[in-house]
Design a protein around this ligand. Structure first.
Ligand code: ZN
Length: 371
């Protein structure tokens, strides 16, 4: 069955720049200037592959619009928003920890966050069944009062709040697949049980000292934040076990009315900023399972926001698999990396990986549907 899948894309997303960088560090002697790891290339090449495969013409374009200050205030503090706006006038600025930006980037970030809200509107107003926001800057590390990890605004969290504010949605689930911890949503919804936040990530990676099993939320929100900090080196087997024993049971208990997936591809094999070995077939399976949850509980309502992923050759194919699974359309394109990565050693579930998953599974059992 094919579905109407929306695509949020704007060429200006590709014009956000961090400045004079090499990898993750400012380029200064002795570090030769190069490119920031989070440069447009992976995202642009995903869009190019959608075009070249013919899939993008079968998607529904969703026009991005700038997010308003009132909408940003649902998540971010006034001081932080003022600080970003002031930096937008400077040649280069820093939003916090590892979140550099240059003149005009904040305008682009507002268009990116607003694009995620436009996707929520298209989903709830019936123009599309589900949507993919292929946006830059990415968002999942941005906290209420602090930019982090290449992120200025917390795109997915803002989308969740928009669905609640504009459409009265009671329960939203965020499942963060990026190899780095989804700290932004964790902080935003720390005391809020109406948004279940789940993050699968490489343990003790980024942000530093973030994303532990014991961090389950507080107050009313206690139990509604699930971290699955996987050891480096996990393959599809460990991720499948984490889904089957933690993520899917938690979602079945919670019964979300909207599913949002901050989707990074840096858990992919050969990513420079992650040490996992996933492939496009893994992402296809994740989205199939999450679409199943959305179909059962949320009328199919599912939004994917693009997050990290820094291997410019492989990210487009993992992304294409996600688009194919969202839309139910087979592009006919076969990922040239597929056999290499699927047949790599290390995809079986190992004991030290299972130990983390077993602990997380015990936490998932406590989650209940809130009225
Ligand atoms: Zn990441």
């Amino acid at each position: 069955m094919t579905r109407r899948t929306g695509l949020v894309w704007n060429e200006r997303f590709m014009w956000h720049e961090q400045g004079r960088y090499a990898g993750i560090l400012p380029a200064d002697f002795p570090l030769q200037p190069g490119r920031h790891h989070e440069n447009p290339e992976t995202k642009r090449r995903l869009k190019n592959l959608l075009d070249a495969s013919g899939l993008s013409e079968q998607l529904t374009p969703i026009k991005a619009r700038p997010i308003t200050r009132e909408e940003l205030r649902r998540v971010h503090t006034a001081d932080y928003l003022d600080q970003l706006d002031a930096g937008n006038l400077l040649p280069a600025a820093q939003a916090g920890l590892d979140a550099p930006y240059t003149k005009g980037s904040v305008d682009i970030a507002k268009l990116a966050a607003g694009g995620c809200l436009a996707a929520i509107e298209a989903i709830f107003e019936g123009q599309v069944d589900n949507a993919y926001a292929l946006v830059r800057p990415i968002g999942h590390h941005a906290e209420p009062d602090l930019g982090k990890g290449f992120c200025l605004y917390s795109n997915a969290a803002l989308a969740a709040r928009h669905a609640q504010a504009k459409y009265g949605v009671k329960r939203v689930a965020l499942i963060d697949l990026d190899v780095h911890h989804g700290n932004g949503a964790e902080r935003v919804f720390w005391r809020d049980p109406s948004v279940l936040t789940i993050s699968l990530h490489q343990e003790l990676w980024f942000p530093p000292d973030s994303g532990g099993l014991e961090d389950i939320g507080e107050g009313q929100g206690q139990g509604y934040n699930l971290n699955i900090p996987l050891p480096a080196g996990c393959g599809f087997g460990a991720y499948q076990a984490a889904f089957e024993r933690v993520v899917l049971p938690a979602l079945e208990n919670f019964e979300p009315e909207l599913v949002i997936v901050p989707c990074g591809y840096d858990a992919g094999a050969q990513d420079p900023l992650g040490r996992m070995i996933l492939h496009g077939e893994a992402f296809r399976w994740f989205i199939r399972e999450l679409r199943g949850i959305a179909d059962r509980f949320a009328g199919g309502r599912l939004l994917v926001t693009h997050e990290g992923g820094y291997n410019e050759n492989t990210v487009p194919f993992m992304g294409l698999a996600v688009f194919e699974e969202l839309s139910g359309i087979d592009s006919g394109v076969v990922d040239p990396h597929r056999d290499i990565f699927v047949n790599m050693h290390g995809h079986e579930l190992l004991m030290h990986q299972e130990a983390v998953i077993a602990t997380a599974a015990s936490l998932a059992r406590d989650i209940r549907k809130l009225q």
